[in-house]
Design a protein around this ligand. Sequence first.
Ligand SMILES: [Fe+2]
Ligand SMILES: [Fe+2]
Length: 238
Amino acid sequence: MIRVAAVGDVHVDADVVGRYRPALTELADCADVLLLAGDLTRHGTVDEADCVAREFGDLPVPVVAVLGNHDYQCDQADEVTRILDGAGITVLEGSGTVIDSGEQRLGVAGVKGFGGGFSGRCATAFGEPEMKAFVRSTELSAERLASALNELDCDSRVALTHYSPVPDTLAGEPLEIYPFLGSYLLAQAIDAGGASLAIHGHAHRGCERGVTPGGIRVRNVAHPVIRQAFRVFHLGAV
Ligand SMILES: [Fe+2]
Ligand SMILES: [Fe+2]
């Protein structure tokens, strides 16, 4: 059994530093890894990334993250990633990592993901170049997630994204913004890649539980949804 702790949308700035730390220092008692599902900062500044590093760095378990749309706002995503890496946080984008936990090897594949909507009501790569670029960005993200999942050599796989792979976990959000909250293409990648759990954030007003068309459990761990420092999920060998 592997214990996976996860939280997203912590939106850290100086005023948030210290809010999560007391619970995080106890992490090793209940989890083998901590996943951060993007929107780690408010506006993606270097100063905010330093705050994230102080809050989530040097923990007693490995920390694996993807960035969210807020982390791109100041066009400093590379610098934000470098600062998090420096604090021992593994930032994934179209890549994966394997964590040894006793007799089990947990693989985590991550992408930020992107929008486009869900089956039957989604954007298509038709017409203007701007629309084609938008859809192509999501297609590329889903392709990279599927590849990263497939390349993992492990016992159990987790897909980590910021955007949602399913509409289930968006319940509570206005229907009009669903296309900006996720894409069914991410769920197709998760099903094709053999994940046993999919973690995402981004939907602050959504709900926690969902499932992909292939039957993989999906959990929205956005902090405003789970209302605690992290949730813990248990995974057995696949
Ligand atoms: Fe957020
Ligand atoms: Fe977001």
